[in-house]
Design a binder for this molecule. Structure first.
Ligand SMILES: [Zn+2]
Length: 263
């Protein structure tokens, strides 16, 4: 179910202005009704990326990803990953691409409020949702947007239909996760094969141009096709550090599902 919180707020204010003293004049984001206002100084519906002030991010931030049950997370689209986060030719690719057909329904991963819902030159039709823990998730290249700024969404609500708009070659969903505007490799949060979250509680740490994700134990569960080099790349740490922490050599094979300490 979707409820536009702005509309509800305005309606109540119009029916019973004495409850509010006056119709609120605060711009969105400065009220207490919006998610994660302790982290964010505004709720900008016109710029897709939040621009954080330098002092806004503390070097480590703990977040809860799941509150009550596994229903807190819904995989945005059940398709294969076609492109990962990382350097692509000369540009950085700040998301995970999932294959889909134009018209397929795309679902929001967590509950939250739609911050941005419109066309953008590179993202095409883009929906950005801010979640109660401060994460923001992006759903790009949509053929149709089915929500608007201010809409409250529960995990699994449809944000739009998959497509090929903006800077895109072939229908796919470009899924992005950010915190205070800084990108996070979605693979660190989500197991795209199992379509589930990796952790219930995470620590975000700033590392160069991005945030990396840790669970308390600082271990990575090995997936098929991974080796020490790919794991080191994923967490932006050196191969020699990973080798040393696990008492293995960089070329040693590692077993699927084994746990590799990366920090
Ligand atoms: Zn992409």
């Amino acid at each position: 179910m979707r409820i536009n919180v702005f509309a509800v707020f305005l309606l109540i204010a119009l029916i019973e202005p004495s409850l509010f003293g006056a119709i609120p004049t605060n711009p969105p984001g400065q009220g207490t009704e919006l998610p994660a206002s302790k982290f964010y100084s505004n709720f900008d519906t016109s710029a897709c990326h939040y621009r954080a002030d330098e002092f806004e991010f503390i070097s480590e931030t703990s977040l809860k990803l799941v509150w009550t049950s596994t229903c807190d997370y819904v995989h945005p689209f059940q398709g294969h990953v076609t492109s990962k986060f990382g350097k692509r030719r000369r540009r950085m690719h700040y998301g995970t691409d999932i294959d889909l057909e134009t018209g397929d329904k795309v679902q929001v991963a967590f509950e939250g409020i739609v911050r941005y819902a419109k066309y953008n030159k590179s993202y095409g039709n883009l929906v950005v949702v801010r979640h109660p823990n401060g994460l923001e998730t992006y759903y790009a290249h949509l053929s149709a947007i089915e929500v608007k700024s201010g809409d409250y969404l529960q995990a699994g609500d449809v944000v739009g239909l998959g497509g090929n708009t903006g800077h895109s070659f072939g229908s796919h969903l470009h899924f992005e996760a950010r915190f205070l505007g800084m990108p996070i490799d979605p693979v660190l949060l989500i197991d795209f094969d199992k379509m589930t979250l990796r952790y219930t509680d995470i620590i975000l740490k700033k590392r160069k141009d991005r945030l990396v994700v840790e669970n308390a134990a600082r271990f990575h569960q090995v997936q098929a096709g991974e080796d020490i080099h790919s794991i080191a790349r994923m967490y932006n740490v050196s191969v020699s550090d990973v080798s040393r922490l696990n008492h293995i050599s960089p070329e040693d094979p590692i077993l699927i599902d084994s746990r590799i300490r990366y920090q």
